[in-house]
Design a protein around this ligand. Structure first.
Ligand SMILES: O=C(O)c1ccccc1N[C@@H]1O[C@H](COP(=O)(O)O)[C@@H](O)[C@H]1O
Length: 223
């Protein structure tokens, strides 16, 4: 696994403006997340493409987040934005995830929404997807809820990811106030959107606080 400034991989997601995108590029995050799904954070492919054309992506990887897309919708995004990772955040089947993998030859991550059946669900995607994001969902939102799931269950997810030999990110309700508690579980990666926002916009002070607290709690590098 490649190294980064932080030992725990960091994804800042839901960048909905040029300023958000620029702020994340300037941060220590490894992954820049863009939402191509129905959300207040949704960005049009051409808009994200224009940010990329102007600012590039530095040494970050671009993750496109989709909810039950068609292959054609993903293709349209890829024409405008050179994504590194396709994150499927809805109820996409293992068969569909396999088709996405075959068609685009990019990393495919599957979001697993925490429930008492979610470890079983993960097993269905073994050898198909390249990684997981475990998130919380609400009645009307597939992600970006700002709410966390029961973190006592994290070790079970990490164990299954270890069996499958793929990375696993924890998402949902992570914020500066609880990041230290999360780091105690030693996740491979963390993925945040709501917790680094103030009044719906990305907040560089919250981003900095997250990174400082990650370093203080388990990240040994000095970068
Ligand atoms: O962020 C969104 O608006 C979103 C919409 C639809 C699907 C996924 C979405 N975001 C994902 O949710 C988590 C972040 O959650 P939180 O806001 O920190 O609680 C992350 O995986 C995003 O990719």
């Amino acid at each position: 696994m490649e190294r980064s400034l932080l030992d725990t991989k960091l994804k800042f997601c839901g960048n909905a403006s040029y300023e958000d995108y620029q702020a994340v590029l300037e941060s220590a995050a490894d992954y820049v997340g863009l939402i191509f799904a129905n959300s207040r954070r949704e960005v049009k492919p051409e808009t994200a493409g224009s940010w990329f054309n102007e600012l590039g992506k530095g040494c970050k990887k671009l993750v496109g987040v989709f909810v039950n897309p068609t292959l054609g919708e993903i293709e349209r995004v890829l024409k405008a934005v050179p994504l590194d990772v396709i994150q499927l955040h809805g109820s996409e089947s293992p068969e569909f995830a396999g088709k996405v993998k075959d068609r685009f030859s990019l990393q495919v991550w599957k979001a697993i929404h925490h429930s008492d059946r979610s470890i079983e669900q993960m097993k269905n995607y073994e050898s198909i997807v390249d990684g997981y994001v475990v998130d919380n969902r609400t009645k009307d939102k597939w992600g970006g809820t700002g709410k966390r799931f029961d973190w006592q269950q994290i070790p079970f997810y990490l164990e299954e990811a270890e069996v499958q030999q793929v990375p696993l990110f924890i998402a949902g309700g992570i914020k500066p106030e609880n990041i230290e508690r999360l780091m105690a579980f030693h996740p491979y990666g963390i993925d945040l959107s709501s917790g680094i926002e103030t009044n719906g916009r990305k907040d560089i002070y919250k981003m900095k606080r997250i990174i400082e607290r990650m370093k203080k709690n388990g990240d040994t590098s000095t970068g």
